[in-house]
Design a protein around this ligand. Structure first.
Ligand SMILES: Cc1ncc(COP(=O)(O)O)c(C=O)c1O
Length: 483
């Protein structure tokens, strides 16, 4: 039996995975209590397999693809850190999994306590005044932040049209700006990979609603002119939005509020350790400075006179609801556990180790791969495969070759201002030995490019499937197995 079969193909008629005792209560005819047109016409086509077959099938499936529990996953901008198992264990407690958002608030005070506490932990980390954990992704947090900017200006009777974003911005930034009814105005990077201040100044006027800035930016560099940037944007009446998806580089070391930001979103599913990748689930809380609190989405959690938690929706200037209920609760519990486990000191160590690890890797790779913007690397850096491309090997080939060494590839071809970009983010979870294995692989790949580049161009050869036609896979998405 080939390992590439789906579980339905392993099915043998009559085989069972479980045996149940005979029923000792009279059988009820379903059509007596359920309308016959709601009943299935014929039994569901379920695979008939034994218990060991099921276990082996899913264990084998779980290692066919790469994940952070298998090995190093330096996917830049995604902060693929190890997710401690205790997060999952606690988030899976029946007291958390068996509750429903429609239950009366007095029955779920414990859950509301966690939401309240996490909100306050994030306020302490960011220095902001109020927060909501409602957005279900970083990008939804961005969208909420843009709507807040819009309401703020409307309330002041101010017509604003543009939001400034740097050329290195994550793709979700211009998308949120456009979706929120503004036009992005792009600002260039300077020679050091930071916002070009002259270009920024030339683009600031009273039509600018604000600036959306990733700090540290997507090159992994701290925007060290942040005071000047914030002051210039505020001077024309604009607001500063921090894309805080890279918060793993600053937690415990500095606060977004002190840098002049008015709004921030935080990706709990990156910085605060939840499985990320494969499309979800996520959580992108936003936090704001006091003057923007009235615009936060509803419902908002508060405490009544008796000290009980309750939901409040009576905020006339709110941007409204982002979706039904309130955020991804499981992710909220995981982030709460993670922050409580680490504490102030642990969070600071986490950040420092993420920075040290990125700088260590950069140092080990710098003689072989080009690193164009290298001064002041924080939690990630962008290397370029430009020298390797001159020898006929693209960065896509290098990424594929890494799979043969058992590593996930870095993010490639982003950001756009670095040719043949490889964005490498080791995170704090990795040991020096793991990073050394990665360096060895990267150096060996470079050696092979010099001696036998075809080996790299054909990679991967040791994975369950070899090189895919990615264009076809994206254009003709067909994920359903048909018998
Ligand atoms: C810099 C940056 N901004 C925004 C986002 C969007 O976050 P999400 O994928 O949760 O929508 C990401 C995603 O990782 C990111 O790296």
């Amino acid at each position: 039996m080939s390992d590439s079969q789906v579980i339905f193909e392993k099915s043998v008629k009559g085989r069972k995975g479980a045996s149940l005792p005979n029923s000792d209560v009279p059988q009820v005819k379903l059509s007596d209590s359920i309308s016959p047109d709601l009943l299935r016409a014929k039994p569901a086509n379920l695979p008939e397999v034994s218990e060991p077959q099921v276990v082996r099938h899913y264990v084998n499936l779980s290692v066919k693809n790469h994940h952070v529990d298998r090995d190093f996953y330096p996917l830049g901008s995604c902060t693929m850190k190890y997710n401690p198992k205790i997060n999952d264990a606690l988030a899976s407690l029946p007291g958390f999994t068996n509750i429903h958002p429609n239950q009366p608030t007095e029955k779920v005070q414990g859950a509301l306590h966690i939401i309240y506490e996490l909100e306050h932990m994030l306020l302490k980390i960011t220095g902001m005044s109020d927060a909501t954990l409602q957005p279900s992704a970083g990008s939804q947090g961005e969208f909420a932040g843009i709507l807040i900017m819009k309401k703020f200006h409307e309330k002041n009777g101010d017509k604003r049209k543009y939001i400034i974003i740097p050329e290195t911005a994550h793709g979700t930034n211009p998308a949120s700006v456009t979706l929120g009814g503004f036009e992005p105005r792009e600002v260039k990077s300077d020679k050091r990979g930071r916002v070009d201040i002259d270009d920024l100044n030339s683009k600031l006027d009273r039509e600018v609603a604000g600036m959306m800035l990733t700090q540290p930016n997507t090159l992994g560099l701290f925007e060290d002119h942040i005071d000047e940037i914030s002051n210039a944007v505020h001077e024309v009446g604009g607001l500063m939005y921090m894309d805080g998806a890279n918060l793993n580089a600053v937690v415990g070391l500095c606060k977004p509020a002190d840098m002049g930001f008015d709004i921030i979103h935080i990706n709990l599913h990156k910085t605060f350790s939840t499985p990320h990748g494969g499309g979800g689930p996520g959580s992108g809380p936003i936090a704001v400075m006091k003057r923007l609190s009235p615009f936060l989405p509803v419902p908002r959690l508060s405490k009544n006179k008796e000290g009980e938690y309750c939901w409040e929706s009576d905020y006339p200037d709110t941007i409204g609801r982002l979706h039904s209920y309130y955020g991804n609760f499981g992710i909220i519990v995981r982030a709460f556990v993670y922050i409580r486990m680490l504490g102030d000191k642990g969070l600071k160590t986490m950040t420092r180790n993420a920075i040290i690890n990125a700088n260590y890797l950069k140092h080990c790779l710098k003689d072989v791969y080009d690193i164009p913007f290298s001064e002041g690397t924080l939690h990630e850096f962008v290397a370029s495969g430009i020298k390797q491309k001159d020898k006929g090997v693209k960065v896509l080939d290098i990424a594929k070759a890494l799979l043969d060494y058992g590593f996930h590839a870095p993010t490639i071809y982003f950001p756009n201002n670095v040719p043949e970009a490889m964005m490498i983010e080791p995170t704090e979870s990795e040991t020096r030995e793991t990073m050394d294995r990665f360096v060895e692989a990267m150096l060996e790949i470079n050696e092979k490019i010099n001696t036998d580049p075809d080996l790299i161009r054909q990679a991967p050869v040791n994975t369950p499937v070899s090189r895919l036609d990615e264009t076809k896979a994206n254009r003709e998405l067909d994920l359903r197995w048909k018998p």
